[in-house]
Design a binder for this molecule. Structure first.
Ligand code: NDP
Ligand code: A1CAB
Length: 264
């Protein structure tokens, strides 16, 4: 991979594509084009919001593209890859889809095609995705550097194995939704106390941000929870309800359900 400005073609223009494009759009290293499955309204929204080029079909730009990012549902990869395979010539093919690792991509694309799998989350939109990635058999250091440059534009990243991305997709990809569910319940409770929705969201988001900073500081979640729960105090009473209702097994079951869905 030689020239400095790389052309990235997104196939898929939905929530994840938009979150990534939003994180990348200020980077002058990339020229972004986007296509989708025919939803013109969505494509126009993407063009107007992110100031990127949109095209009706990926075929229009495949020859001049360096990187193809597949940001579409796992189920449609098979047919798209079959079609894409006919046009592949040194492109780096990256998918963000749950359950679609390099092994799957390599089986569907011409031998020697460089492929990678990234598992971001929607915080890419604000440059704070925790993204996992792994590379296929035919990537070299220039592919990986390019991938890392993209990933640093949307937050932090960690290289793990293909098997680990399968295992960890619920933790970094899906669990933001678990946190938002908890936030929703806390906001609703806060509003019930008479403050405005806006105040409630500020309280909850600052509280979650503070808790995240404490976690980043190095102490374990267990230690941090113990610091909050004064002996015999109000938090301990709340945590007892968590224990009585098997909070940890609820989370384990949710993660298991994510895995079962990804395997389908
Ligand atoms: N949402 C998230 O938090 C995360 C999602 N992912 C992965 O990202 C991928 C997309 O998810 P998400 O953005 O949430 O989904 P969305 O439903 O928001 O977007 C899906 C996009 O894929 C397009 N699409 C569907 N079929 C085709 C096709 N045959 N050819 C071209 N484009 C197609 C749709 O086109 P159209 O606009 O025309 O409808 C749409 O733009 C999934 O594989 C998911 O596993 C990974 C990590 C996190
Ligand atoms: O819900 C999904 O399928 C995607 C994958 C991880 C997060 N969102």
């Amino acid at each position: 991979m030689s020239s400095t400005i790389k052309r990235i073609l997104f196939i898929g223009a939905g929530r994840m594509a938009q979150a990534i494009i939003s994180g990348l759009k200020n980077q002058s290293d990339f020229q972004i084009s986007v296509t989708n499955n025919g939803n013109d309204q969505r494509l126009n929204y993407v063009r107007d919001t992110f100031d990127v080029e949109v095209i009706e079909s990926w075929r229009e730009e495949i020859e001049t593209t360096d990187v193809v990012v597949l940001a579409m549902p796992p189920e449609v990869h098979d047919s798209l890859l079959n079609e894409l395979a006919k046009f592949i010539d040194k492109h780096l093919i990256v998918t963000v889809a749950a359950g679609i690792g390099p092994t799957y991509l390599e089986e569907s694309l011409p031998d020697g095609t460089p492929v990678a799998w990234m598992m971001p989350n929607t915080a890419a939109q604000v440059g704070q995705s925790m993204t996992l990635y792994t590379c296929g058999k035919h990537t070299d250091s220039s592919h990986e550097e390019l991938l890392q440059k993209m990933l640093s534009g949307i937050g932090s990243y960690e290289k793990v194995t293909e098997e680990q991305i399968h295992e960890l997709t619920p933790i970094t990809g899906s669990a933001p939704a678990f946190i938002y569910k908890m936030a929703e319940a806390l906001v609703n409770n806060a509003v019930d106390s008479g403050i405005s929705e806006q105040q409630a969201r500020k309280l909850v988001s600052e509280m979650i941000g503070g808790a995240a900073s404490m976690l980043k500081n190095g102490e374990s979640p267990k230690e941090l929870a113990e610091q909050v729960a004064s002996p015999g105090g109000v938090t301990a009473a709340g945590l007892k309800v968590f224990d009585e209702n098997n909070f940890e097994s609820l989370i384990n079951n949710a993660i298991k359900a994510c895995h079962q869905r990804a395997e389908k």
